[in-house]
Each structure stands twice: as structure tokens, then as C-alpha cells.
Design a protein around this ligand. Structure first.
Ligand SMILES: NC(=O)c1ccc[n+]([C@@H]2O[C@H](COP(=O)([O-])OP(=O)(O)OC[C@H]3O[C@@H](n4cnc5c(N)ncnc54)[C@H](OP(=O)(O)O)[C@@H]3O)[C@@H](O)[C@H]2O)c1
Length: 226
């Protein structure tokens, strides 16, 4: 499968590239094609060193529009301040057969800690993922990976005993993201409902960050316990 990581030169991009390149064609997108290519070469060296002969995928790098145009799955690994404008600027490179994955968490710093900052549209709070879906009519959007530590993801030797809440309206798109999630050792995908539920998923991340700030619980994530 071809997976584009827009803004893949950053922390989340590196982690997802290292995990998925074992079996997939990963394309790192960047505002500058040369930066995308450089990051891709760096990640590829790390992936090859870890997976050795069992590596069946690849990592290449280019500009965000080129990466998006080539891929079946497009992951928006860009901070919330710039993610929507980036995807909107390359909207014409997307098509309804692709799946857009949003791990984007809109949050703001307050005096002490972080708080969730949803998008307000027509007087009601909607998630970042919902606002993307409204803007990109026809392209299935799936919300996932909001609470996975990029640092831990970027070490392929680290086993992630976490759950990944997933929300989306398109069953085929959700199935694809579920499958990709299961490929990362020990991550358990948990479907939590239609895209409307992404409001709750996104809102958990600032709480997890606050647990690190105030209670010194570093790089925590989510697990449903029974
Ligand atoms: N970090 C985490 O642990 C974590 C965990 C879960 C979810 N997330 C979410 O994942 C997304 C990416 O997080 P991250 O930590 O990987 O971000 P990051 O490292 O801060 O940035 C990722 C990339 O965004 C691009 N970028 C920066 N400024 C930009 C601008 N003005 N316009 C367009 N692109 C710009 C840059 O790529 P180029 O310079 O190459 O264009 C950069 O490498 C965020 O939405 C975050 O909420 C992060």
C-alpha cells in the first residue's frame, strides 16, 4: 500500500514511516521536496538497520502535493495550526478513493498545562477531523493515532501496549486504518464510532500531556481496561 505522510519530516512522520515501511511504500511529504527526500533517506537507513532482510517496503520523499497525489492513504502529520491550510492547498491532488487520516490534535497552552480547542462552526464545537471532512467533501476521513507518543513510535524496538481509538464514517476506510494499526506490534485498534466521536478522541490528548506535566507520567497513552 502507498502511504503519504504529509509533513512527514516531523516527529509523528518519522515514527509512522519507521513502523509502516516494513511492509508498505511510505512517501514523506514536505513543504520542500529536498527536505522530504533527505528525511526519507535518513528514515530508510534506520528502517533497514532494524528490519534487515525482512523489510519489504520502502521510504521515499518529495513535496506534499506529490506525496498526496501518489498515495492510497494520506496521513496529515502536521501541527493543527497548519494542517488544514496545507491539505486545502493540495485538495485538487486528492480523490475520493483515497483515505485521509487525521491524528491532528487542536489544543492550546494555558497558564498551566494544555486544553483542547475544538473548531467552532455555526455555534457548535466540532473536531478537527470533522472540519476536514466538511471541507474535503467526498474524501473519507478517519481519526486515529492522537495519543501515540511519537518518540516511542520512532523506536521500532519499542512495543506499544496501547489502544488506538478510531472514528470514521466510511466502513472501508475504517477497516483499512484498523488493518494498518494492527501491523504495529501490540497496538490495538478500537473503533469508537462515527467521525462525530473524534471530538472525544482528540480531547483526550491534552489530558495525557497534562498528566506528564503535573504528575510526571511521561509518554503515556490510552488503554481500555476491563
Ligand atoms: N508528536 C506527538 O507525539 C504526536 C502524537 C499524536 C498526535 N500528534 C499530532 O500529529 C501531528 C504532527 O505532530 P508532530 O509532533 O509530528 O509535528 P512537528 O514535528 O512539529 O511538525 C511536523 C511537520 O509539519 C510541517 N510544518 C511545520 N510548520 C508548517 C507550516 N507552517 N506549514 C506547513 N507545514 C508545516 C513540517 O514539515 P516540513 O518543514 O517538511 O514541511 C514539520 O516537520 C500534529 O497534528 C499532532 O497534533 C503528535
Amino acid at each position: 500500500m502507498k502511504i503519504a505522510l504529509l509533513g512527514g519530516t516531523g516527529d509523528m512522520g518519522e515514527g509512522l514511516a519507521l513502523r509502516w515501511s516494513k511492509s508498505h511504500e511510505v512517501i514523506i511529504g514536505s513543504r520542500e521536496a529536498s527536505k522530504g527526500a533527505k528525511a526519507a533517506a535518513d528514515y530508510l537507513a534506520k528502517a533497514k538497520a532494524f528490519y534487515g532482510d525482512s523489510m519489504a517496503g520502502s521510504i521515499s520523499g518529495t513535496s506534499n502535493p506529490e506525496a498526496a497525489a501518489e498515495a492510497e492513504i494520506v496521513v496529515l502529520t502536521i501541527p493543527h495550526e497548519f494542517a488544514a491550510s496545507t491539505i486545502m492547498s493540495i485538495k485538487d491532488r486528492l480523490n475520493p478513493k483515497q483515505v485521509l487520516v487525521s491524528p491532528v490534535v487542536p489544543m492550546i497552552k494555558i497558564e498551566k498545562g494544555m486544553v483542547y480547542s475544538p473548531i467552532i462552526k455555526d455555534g457548535r464545537a466540532i473536531s478537527y477531523a470533522e472540519s476536514l471532512a466538511q471541507e474535503l467533501q467526498g474524501i473519507p476521513v478517519v481519526a486515529a493515532y492522537h495519543a501515540i507518543s511519537a518518540k516511542k513510535l520512532a523506536n521500532p524496538a519499542t512495543i506499544l501496549n496501547y489502544d488506538v481509538p478510531i472514528a470514521g464514517d466510511d466502513p472501508g476506510a475504517v477497516e483499512l486504518v484498523t488493518k494498518l494499526t494492527k501491523e504495529i506490534p501490540n497496538l490495538r485498534p478500537v473503533y469508537v464510532g462515527p467521525l462525530r466521536a473524534s471530538l472525544m478522541i482528540e480531547s483526550l490528548t491534552p489530558m495525557i500531556i497534562n498528566a506528564a506535566i503535573f504528575s510526571k507520567i511521561k509518554d503515556a497513552s490510552i488503554a481500555f481496561v476491563q
